[in-house]
Design a protein. Structure first.
Ligand code: FAD
Length: 544
């Protein structure tokens, strides 16, 4: 192991030991590359290690939210519920690490702070916080799209005399809220999962909402043995469908359009989708939901009517109805009794659009209307998504080019995998790739496979340096924007756009062309000798 100040050399250094880092490390070892993963946490699992709040679960069915790359792994693991809980998913991540003996090549408690490309040697110098240097040909970000919590920027935050909790950094032993007055800031996916659980203990619970979300019922349940056997029997076909789908799970939007059918038929179709308890189901009902405003409004109104039917107080129901952005343009949330929670007499909703928060006080939270007193505050305020962890490292490419500067007006990538000016650097689920638009396990697997193939091909052909060409990058950025602009997605002030972080440029970050079509593009690029990439052999490099 490299000690402090010492340098150790590898073919590839992977940053992160969440699902992406674990899979990348395993793949590189299988392919015969010397490699190491550097992880700031003290264990594997990434997202599922940090987000331990009560109620945390996957929003993609457990069978799909799992690796397919090893058939024994996918047939031996037994998921207990349709949507697995955080502890179960973390156990799975640990199982993956143990099963493939990955821990011996992971350095835990190790934060990468800097990575410099040495033009003369065409190698990366990776420096960690403790001053250790790693010398590597390939540098691979597997740092996650949702791994950097957004800093809480509410005035007086540190003056609160009660207890403060963050959904992204929950105490390991859990929290007992019995008899406490609890405030929750945020109504995104984490808040929607945790509110119905916290209220079981809390004396009073007050939810502070700025933007109402669309949530559909998870209809979670145990996985029966017969269901598991049926899944195992059809797993290969099922995984193929997922790989080539839009959202990384089997299924595609119906070809029909919204107003082709009668209002009654539409209602029946929406109801059927609602009853499936699956995140993409409503979006699949008609082909025009994400492109046509009226079609989107029709399905959005269906969800609002569901909320109005569940929530007894009409004013609370109306406040919970999402109206400020089209359905599906932010990831839809899956809920278990979220809306029902607001029928409890000890649950209150504060509409921050009417009375914004002025600050946190020693006693609680002050809005423009009044002060609310609490014993505990839960912050579920989201992430500096997609780029936060990447620019969290000071990355210097060719000629000392700074990635933070290059991305000052928003991320620019080729295929969401590489960046021009940063040779031999790869990003798993980087901006400009489908990533957060789909089942991320499917997105991670596609990127890991592509990157592994690319490195293997480079080694076979004696290519020492591979780098996205500026034109290819420009074309890809234009394509990502063009596809987004043809839809309703850019209408939402969402973290996809970076809009939740003050000062972050407003650029549509994920590629919404769908995982299957995106896979085809990546495969075609590779099949055409890595079209759009400048490639230099060791000999050319020496004579240059
Ligand atoms: C609460 C929550 C629920 C989610 N649920 C779902 C879901 O149901 N379905 C779905 O598809 N997706 C979901 N996601 C998205 C989820 O992030 C991905 O599914 C997946 O876990 C990402 O894996 P990853 O390895 O890419 O990133 P992560 O799991 O985020 O791992 C990245 C790792 O990199 C480490 N790291 C970052 N920077 C550095 C550095 N500078 N030096 C060293 N280490 C570093 C981090 O500590 C972390 O361990 C969810 C996300 C959250 C936050």
């Amino acid at each position: 192991m490299a000690g402090k100040g010492a340098t150790q050399s590898f073919d590839a250094v992977v940053i992160g030991a969440g699902f992406a880092g674990l899979h990348m490390l395993h793949r590189l070892r299988q392919l015969g590359f010397s490699t190491v993963a550097l992880e700031v946490a003290d264990g594997v699992g990434g997202t599922w290690r940090h987000n331990r709040y009560p109620g945390a679960r996957c929003d993609i069915q457990s069978f799909d939210y799992s690796f397919s790359f090893d058939d024994e792994l996918q047939t031996e693991w037994v998921w207990s519920e349709k949507y697995a809980t955080q502890p179960e998913i973390l156990r799975y991540a640990n199982h993956v690490a143990d099963r493939f003996d990955l821990r011996r090549d992971i350095r835990f408690n190790t934060r990468v702070k800097m990575a410099r490309f040495d033009d003369a040697r065409s190698r990366w110098d990776v420096e960690t916080e403790d001053g250790t240097h790693y010398d590597t040909q390939f540098y691979i970000f597997a740092t996650g799209c949702l791994s950097v919590p957004k800093a809480v920027d509410i005035e007086g935050y540190e003056t609160f005399e009660g207890r403060s909790y963050h959904s992204t950094d929950w105490p390991e032993g859990g929290v007992d809220f019995t008899g406490l007055r609890v405030g929750v800031i945020g109504t995104g996916s984490s808040a929607i999962q945790t509110i119905p659980i916290v209220v079981e203990q809390a004396k009073e619970l007050t939810v502070f909402q700025r933007t109402a979300a669309y949530a559909v019922p998870a209809l979670n349940r145990p996985v029966e043995a017969a269901e598991r056997e049926a899944w195992i029997a059809k797993r290969h076909a099922h995984r193929d469908l997922a790989r080539n789908s839009l959202f990384g799970v089997p299924g595609a939007p119906m070809e029909r359009t919204t107003f082709e059918v009668s209002a009654e038929e539409r209602q029946r179709i929406y109801e059927e989708a609602w009853e499936r308890g699956e995140l993409p189901a409503l979006m699949m009902t008609f082909s025009d939901i994400l492109a046509d405003e009226a079609a989107n409004e029709a399905v959005a109104e269906f969800v609002r009517n569901k909320i109005r039917a569940i929530v007894k107080d009409p004013e609370t129901a109306e406040t919970l109805c999402p109206k400020s952005f089209p359905l599906g343009t932010k990831r839809i949330c899956l809920d278990t009794n979220y809306y029902q929670t607001f029928n409890k007499p000890n649950v209150h909703l504060v509409d921050l659009r009417k009375s914004p928060i002025e600050g946190v006080t020693p006693k609680g939270i002050k809005t423009t209307d009044r002060e609310y007193e609490f014993d505990a505050i839960i912050y579920a305020t989201g992430f500096d998504a997609m780029t936060g962890a990447i620019v969290g490292v000071d990355v210097r490419g060719r000629g000392g080019l700074e990635l933070r500067k290059k991305w000052a007006d928003g991320p620019r990538t080729y295929l969401g995998l590489t960046v021009s000016g940063f040779p031999n650097l790869f990003m798993i689920t980087g901006p400009g790739s489908p990533s957060v638009m789909c089942n991320m396990m499917s997105a991670i697997e596609q990127h890991v496979e592509w990157t592994g193939d690319c490195l293997t091909d480079a080694r076979k052909r004696g290519v020492a340096v591979i780098e996205a060409m500026p034109d290819a990058e420009t074309e890809w950025v234009a394509h990502v924007n063009e596809v987004a602009d043809a839809t309703l997605f850019p209408r939402a002030n969402s973290w996809y756009m970076g809009s939740n972080v003050p000062g972050k440029p407003r650029v549509y970050m994920p590629y919404i062309g769908g995982l299957g079509p995106y896979r085809e593009i990546c495969t075609e690029v590779a099949g055409n000798g890595y079209r759009g990439f400048a490639q230099q052999s060791a000999r050319e490099k020496a004579s240059a």
